[in-house]
Write a protein that binds this ligand. Structure first.
Ligand SMILES: Cc1cc2nc3c(=O)[nH]c(=O)nc-3n(C[C@H](O)[C@H](O)[C@H](O)COP(=O)(O)O)c2cc1C
Length: 205
């Protein structure tokens, strides 16, 4: 019975399918204030076999309904050509942009050229970079100087002991900073970055 009741209020119509997200957003913004809350969607995603049956309808509706909260931003993962080849769904960014009136961030597979284009065309306010940032901790500086970029090593994007933060070598970057040695988090001791994850956790570095 409880499952049927849940399906009746959370499933079926687009309004019902958006209900959980909107209620959570309401609760969170009440605690933190809307200016400190952003939301992230992967409308076309099929990761772990999760997908939406009508992503254009669902996410346009959701983003439209989110306007009333005046969130700090909405962040949308767009589907790349490669994602589409792997069964992801294409959801026109222009439709999502039209639905949401606050700051819109997009991500997934962008480079300087495509990011510049999408912002210039007002399809987004900002572009987030993931893998390129991991491979190039001084990415904004490299973009500014039009300097060459390290290619992300897809097999080794996270910490690998002995190879340095993010698996980078620590070689000098063309911008003069040391790759793989970004500034420490506030409150941590700087040499902690050179130690392994366990040492950093236990503050023995
Ligand atoms: C190592 C790694 C871990 C990630 N983990 C998450 C995650 O836990 N949750 C999430 O929403 N996205 C995650 N992402 C996706 C990124 O947030 C981002 O959407 C993705 O890297 C696409 O941008 P990019 O092409 O600039 O890398 C991860 C990406 C990488 C490379």
């Amino acid at each position: 019975m409880a499952r049927i009741a849940a399906l009746m209020i959370m499933g079926g119509s687009v309004a019902n399918r958006a209900r959980l997200t909107l209620e959570v957003t309401e609760a969170v913004t009440k605690v933190w204030g809307a200016a400190r809350v952003g939301i992230r969607f992967s409308p076309g995603g099929v990761f772990n076999d999760m997908h939406d049956s009508n992503p254009l309808e669902t996410f346009s509706y959701m983003l439209h309904e989110l306007n009333r909260f005046h969130l700090a931003y909405a962040h949308v993962i767009v589907s790349t050509e490669d994602d589409l080849r792997h069964r992801a769904v294409s959801v026109p960014l222009a439709a999502l942009r039209q639905a949401f009136h606050g700051p819109l961030i997009v991500a997934n597979g962008f480079n300087l050229e495509t990011a510049t284009r999408i912002v210039t065309e007002s399809l987004a306010d900002a572009v987030a970079f993931g893998r390129l940032f991991l491979a190039n901790p001084d990415l904004p500086e490299r973009f500014r100087l039009n300097a060459p970029l390290n290619s992300p090593d897809e097999s080794d994007l996270l910490w690998r002991s002995g190879k340095g933060l993010h698996g980078l070598s620590g070689a000098s970057s063309p911008t003069g900073s040391r790759i793989g040695e970004p500034r420490p988090w506030p409150g941590t001791r700087s040499n902690c970055w050179r130690k392994d994850a366990f040492a950093r956790k236990s503050r023995k570095c």
